[in-house]
Write a protein that binds this ligand. Structure first.
Ligand code: NAP
Length: 262
């Protein structure tokens, strides 16, 4: 894989990862990084469950259908990961329709930025519920159906390591996710399932599209590589941690941040 020129054109890794016969669930895969992950796993032989969160306008369902239609083989499942009962029902469906699970990627996440003084109870709780409790529900409910050699990868964030300004809820959820990853790695080792986290820095998706200009400017100035990351940068890290080649790596946080934190 070559290094990028002028901050664009990063390619998906060309190593011959083979996920043939594997069943993969990627939460929040109707767009952004999650959609990139299911496309890459599908191209390499996995059968993917595309999970989306139903909104009143049906936009997410349409996006999930478009992602599903672009895959060789996909199953669409509506589920709000913050609701334990919905997650249990999704895992039951995966067990009965797919026969089990090999790869769980906890990707679903939301942002509700505000300084601590102004943050509402709902802004605090909704982010913890989706980003942290959502991953907990998925890991807990996946355990009975995860097969030996399985992989769990969770999308944390550099904010969970640094505690970025205005992100008390988000940073706390991602720091919690890193701790959850380490506990799960210890508890899942006997099942021959590895559990790791990826901590992206600033990646170009809808989540970062509306950042204030001064934040973008300040961040770029602090980034040794001088540009935001691309979805493929994160997808490459997920592919590696899900691969057979990463079987001796567990309980780790892989930073994908362009040198923002080192
Ligand atoms: P995104 O474009 O906003 O996508 C987030 C995804 O999460 C969407 O597919 C959304 O589904 C889904 N989601 C939200 N609430 C959900 C719920 N309750 N149940 C199920 N799915 C839900 O974000 P992204 O940039 O791709 O980020 C993906 C992950 O990487 C997140 O965990 C994020 O925190 C992390 N991350 C991103 C960055 C970055 O710079 N972009 C940096 C560090 C970490 P719908 O479309 O159905 O609403």
């Amino acid at each position: 894989m070559g290094w990028r020129a002028n901050g664009s054109g990063i390619r998906l890794i060309h190593m011959a990862y083979d996920f043939t016969g594997k069943i993969a669930l990627v939460t929040g895969s109707s767009r952004g990084i999650g959609a990139g992950i299911v496309r890459a796993l599908d191209e390499r032989g996995a059968r993917c469950v595309v999970n989306y969160f139903a909104d009143a306008e049906g936009r997410n369902r349409l996006e999930a259908e478009a992602v599903g239609a672009s895959l060789r083989s996909a199953v669409l499942m509506e589920c709000d990961v913050s609701d334990a009962a919905q997650v249990r029902a999704m895992m039951d469906r995966i067990a009965s329709e797919c026969g089990g699970l090999d790869i769980l990627v906890n990707n679903a996440g939301i942002l509700r930025d505000r300084t601590i003084g102004k943050m509402t109870e709902d802004e605090w709780e909704s982010v913890i519920r989706v980003n942290l409790s959502g991953a907990f529900h998925c890991i807990q409910q996946a355990l009975p159906i995860l097969r030996a050699g399985g992989r769990i990868v969770s999308l944390a964030s550099v904010s969970g390591q640094l505690g970025l300004f205005g992100q008390a809820n988000y940073a706390a959820s991602k720091a919690g996710l890193i701790a959850l990853t380490k506990v799960a790695a210890r508890e899942c080792a006997r099942k021959q399932v590895t559990v790791n986290a990826i901590a992206p820095g600033f990646i170009q998706t809808e989540m970062t599209r509306d950042l204030p200009a001064e934040v973008v400017e300040r961040t770029l100035a602090a980034l040794p590589v001088g540009c935001f990351g691309e979805i493929a940068d994160v997808v490459n890290a997920v592919l590696f941690l899900c691969s057979a080649e990463a079987g001796y790596i567990t309980g780790q946080v892989l930073n994908v941040n362009g040198g923002f934190l080192m």
